[in-house]
Design a protein. Sequence first.
Lengths: 475, 475
Amino acid sequence: MFDILLSDFDNSEHPLYLQIYKQFRDQILNGIIPSNTKLPSIRALQLQLNISKTPIETAYQMLSAEGFAYSKPRSGYYSVNMDEFNPFKKKKESNLLLNSFQYSDLSVEKKFSIDFNPAAVDKDMFPIRTWKRMLNNVLEDFSQSIGQYGDMLGEASLRKALADYLRNSRGVLCSPKQIVIGTGISYSISLLTKLVEGTNYIAFEEPGFEPVREQFLLNGYKLIPITVNRESFQFKLLEKSKAQMIYVTPSHQFPTGRVMPYAERKYLLNWADKQNAYIIEDDYDGEFRYLGQPIPSLQSIDQQGRVIYIGTFSKAFTPALRMNYMILPIEFMSKLQKMKHSLSCPSRIDQWAMQAFIEQGHWYRHIRRMRNKYKRKHHKLIECIQTVFEKKVEITGHNAGLHIQIIVKTKLNAKDLLKLAADKGVRVYDFHQMWMKPNESGYPQIYLGFAGISESEMEKGILLLKEAWGSILYE
Amino acid sequence: MFDILLSDFDNSEHPLYLQIYKQFRDQILNGIIPSNTKLPSIRALQLQLNISKTPIETAYQMLSAEGFAYSKPRSGYYSVNMDEFNPFKKKKESNLLLNSFQYSDLSVEKKFSIDFNPAAVDKDMFPIRTWKRMLNNVLEDFSQSIGQYGDMLGEASLRKALADYLRNSRGVLCSPKQIVIGTGISYSISLLTKLVEGTNYIAFEEPGFEPVREQFLLNGYKLIPITVNRESFQFKLLEKSKAQMIYVTPSHQFPTGRVMPYAERKYLLNWADKQNAYIIEDDYDGEFRYLGQPIPSLQSIDQQGRVIYIGTFSKAFTPALRMNYMILPIEFMSKLQKMKHSLSCPSRIDQWAMQAFIEQGHWYRHIRRMRNKYKRKHHKLIECIQTVFEKKVEITGHNAGLHIQIIVKTKLNAKDLLKLAADKGVRVYDFHQMWMKPNESGYPQIYLGFAGISESEMEKGILLLKEAWGSILYE
DNA sequence: GGGTATTTGTCCGTATGTATG
DNA sequence: TCATACATACGGACAAATACC
C-alpha cells in the first residue's frame, strides 16, 4: 500500500526524513491515505526502505507535531482526517508585487534639490560620535537586563533623568512617575484617549497639527475647531463648546508659529479648572526660542493638574530615534498602571543611551549648540527672504521654532506657488492638510522649515523661489 | 515711576536683558504696572540705566512675544491686562513624589533569586559585539538620513530584507509593501483595530494572551471566548458567534503551548473565507520548534488573504529592542497609506541596524544558535522536572516555544503553589490573568519559562520547587 | 482468560560529513 | 587553520501495547 514511498526516493540531496515527511504529508492531504489509517510501522518502513529507523522516526514525529498524524504509543501512527483540503497552492500576486514595490521615500525626495521640510532637522548636528559611545557603553553596562521587557511606561532611570532635566532647564515640575516615554506624538495621543474617560469632544487648533487631529478622529473623538490667527485664539468658540479637552501648541503654534501670550495661558488654565477639562500642551519645539528664555509652559503655571505636557526628542535630537515623553496629571497614574501591559514604548537600549546622554550633561550641551545653530539659520533665512523679496512677502510667526510662515502677496493660491517652486526644484509647504476647513481668502500662506537645510542651500533656495515667483508678486 | 528697575541691578551675573525682562514681567504680573500702561521708551531706559539699547530692546521683544506687553509701532510698548493672576507658585506634591518614586521593576525582581519568567530571553545569547558593529556602521552610513522622519510603516529596506527572510526561511510569501514595522504587539493590534471597519466582535482564545485582549477591549471590541485545551479548539463556539475576526497563536498557543493541527488551520481559513472574517496569526515564538521544520503558518496556507500575520524580534533577538512586524492583506494597503502620518514605529537607526543584521546573514545564524540553545534548555528543563517530580507533575504543551505548562497533582490551587515557591525565592507563573473566566476545576496549571535562566539556575529552581511543594503532592 | 512472544513507539549512544567561528 | 558544533543517519535497549496460543 505504501510502496509509493519507494518512488522518487534517494536520488535527491534532501535528507531522508524530510522526503518521508513530505510524501506522507502530501498523501494525507490529498486523501490518498484516508483518515485514521494506520501508517506503516517504523520498523516495517525501515525494512522496506532499507534505512535506519531514525529518519522515519523523525518524520513521524513531525507529522504528529503538525497535526497530520497522531501516535498511539506502542500501537502505531495514524493519519488524521483532512478530506476536503487542497492546499499548498502558491499565491499568485506575491511575486508581481515584489517587483512593483516602490522605495517610496527615496523616489519622492529625489525630485527636489532643496527641501524646506519643516519636519527635518540638521543632520550634521547629530552627535554621531557621542551617541555611538553611549550605545556602546549601555550595551556593555546593561547587558544583564537585555533579556527582559522593561517598564512599559519607560525606563525608570530615564524618567528620573528627564524629570531632573525638565525641572532644572524648563521649570517643569514633575515626578518621574508621571512621565511616560513613548514612540511619538501619535502614540502619546492614542494612549491619552484610552486614559481619559467620557471625553468625546476635543477642541483643536484651526489650523492645527493634522497627524494629531487624525489620531483623535481614529479614536472616536469629535473635533471642535478653535480658530487661531496672528492676533487671537478664539476662546469664545471654546466656551460655547462641549469640549472637555483641548490640544494646543502654545510655545510655537503649529503651523502659524504664534506664541500663546501669558494671559491666554492663564485663561486656558482657568477654563480647564472650571470645566474639569484637560489641556494637552504639545511642546514639540519648546527648546527653540531665539529671544531669551522659553516662556513658562502651561504645565509649569498649572496649579490644578489640568495639563498634560508632551515633549519630544525628534526636534532637538533626531526624528530617527522616534522618542518622546508625556507628563500626566497624578490622577491618571493608577489607571495607567493597570494598562501598562498593553503599552509599547521605544527600545530600552535607546532609552538607556538617552539616560546616559542626559546624565552626563551631553543633552544640555547639545541643546545649547542646536539653539545657537538654529538661531543663526533662523536669522539667516529671514534675512535672505527680506533681502530677496523685500516687501513682497511678509514673515510671521518667527519668534521660535524650526519653521516660519510667510504670506506671499499674489493672486495665485498656495498650490500654484508650490508647483512653481517645485519646477525649480524647491520644495515648500502649504500645509493645507492642517486645516479642517480650508480657508482660501487672503494671500496664500507658505511654510518654510530651516532646520534641515544648510545656510548655502537656504540662500540658493530663496533665490530659486524668487525666480519661480518673481513675476507674479505684487509690490 | 520705573526707578525700581535700578534696584538689585547690575551686581548679578545674569544678562542685562533677562534682568530687565524679569523685573517688568513680575511687575506686570503683580499689578504694580497697571494694564495698558506705557512702558518707558527704549531710549529713556537706556539713559536711565546707562547701558546700550540692545538689552532693553531684547527684553521688550520678549515681553511682547510672551504676551506681557504689546508694541504700538512708533508709539511705545504697553503693558497688558493681567490683574487677577498670581502665578509662579511652585506645586506642592512634586518633591514628595520625587522621593517616593520606586524603581518598580528592580524592586520586584530582586525578591526572587530564580525567575522562570516566560517573557524573558537568554541575555547571554544577545550578540552584543555584532549588534554594536551594526549600529556603528549604520550611524556612519545613514548619517545623511538621520535628520528626517522615515516611512512610518517602517524603513523600506528593512521591509525588503524581512520579506526575503520570511520567504526563504518561513515559507511566508509577502511583498515588502504588506509589512508594517511596529513597536510591539499592542501597537500592531491597536493599528489593526483602526484598519478594520465595522468589526466589533473578536473571537479570542481562552485562555489567551491578556495584553492583546486588553488592547481589543481598549479599542472598543467585544470579546468572544473560544476555549482551548490540550485536545481541542472549540470551533462550535466560533461558528455560533458574531465574530468577524479571531486572534490565534497557532504555532504555540499562549499559554497552553498547544500546536494547532493542520486540519484546524484549514478549518479556520475556510471559516474566515466564508464569513469574510480575518484571522490574526500571532507567531510570537514561531522560530522555536524543536522537532524538524516549523509548521506551515496560517499565512502561508491562506489563499484568500484573510490572514494578518504578526511576528516579533522580542523572542529571538531581544525584547529590549521592542520591534515587531505585521503582514497585512493587500486590501488594507490603501487605507494604511492614508493614515501613515498618524503611526509611530521604532527607531530608524535600529531598523537600519536590523536590516544590515539580516542582510549580512547574522539573523539567520543567530536564529539557529538560539534554537539550539533553547532546544537544550528545553530538554534540560523537562528532564529536570521529570527526574525531580517523577509522575507528580505532568508536562504539557512542549513541542515548541519558550515556556512549558505543567499540571501539578495537588489539592492546593495555583495561587498557593506560587506562594510556596516564592517563599523559596522561586518565581513561577499561574497566568490567571490569561483567563477571562478563571476556571478552578482540575489540578492547577503552572507555567515555567526557560529562556531567561541558565541551566544551573534551572536545576536549582526545580529542586527548590520540590522543597516547596514536595509535601503537598499526590502520587 | 491468562501467559507469552511479538510488535511498536520511545529513548539513547554513536558515527560521519559539513558548516561555523 | 583547526577545533568544534551541528545535521543527519544508524542501531541498540526498553517497556508498553497487542496478538496469539
